[in-house]
Design a protein. Structure first.
Length: 162
């Protein structure tokens, strides 16, 4: 009988994401690059956690190559409010970018934070790339794809990490 390994993947960001996929990180990055206001829903105090794609890949590899079965949460337990995320995107792309507040949806959870204790204990895995280091790599990729700028800073670095 085969043993099944299950990964529960939490918010992941990085180069090569679909630019208009509706996810908050790609939305904010695309909006800032296009000089559009960053759209924050509600008061912006709801939290999410974000992991860089190379951290996810490392976690998946450890899970697949390991002997442990069952569900493993693969995500970053570090939390950011949506307003903090918008501010980090502002700092990274355009300090003059506007933040626009819109009414929140009823079904928007106030908090999302993975418990990665099992992944840490059994796989020896935890995310390593902080948002402020991973985000510029994603921005470089998005900038190149949106504007066709082949000289985008860090573009070769961004693609080599994925």
């Amino acid at each position: 009988m085969e043993q099944v390994r299950i990964a529960r993947i939490f918010n992941t960001y990085g180069p090569r994401m679909c630019i208009d996929d509706g996810r908050v990180v790609s939305n904010f990055v695309a909006q800032a690059l296009r000089k559009e206001p960053l759209t924050v829903y509600g008061d912006g105090n709801q939290t999410r956690s974000f992991q860089y794609v190379s951290d996810l890949v490392e976690g998946l590899m450890r899970l697949m190559e390991g002997e442990h079965v069952g569900p493993f949460n693969l995500g970053n337990p570090g939390e950011f409010t949506m307003l903090e995320l918008a501010q980090v995107v502002q700092e990274t792309i355009d300090p003059n970018a506007k933040i626009e507040f819109r009414p929140n949806t009823e079904d928007d959870p106030h908090k999302r934070k993975p418990d990665i204790t099992k992944a840490k204990d059994l796989l020896g895995w935890e995310p390593k790339v902080p948002l402020r280091k991973g985000l510029p790599l994603m921005v470089s990729d998005f900038r190149q794809r949106i504007f066709g700028d082949h000289k985008a800073e860090g573009a070769s670095t961004a693609t080599s990490l994925v």
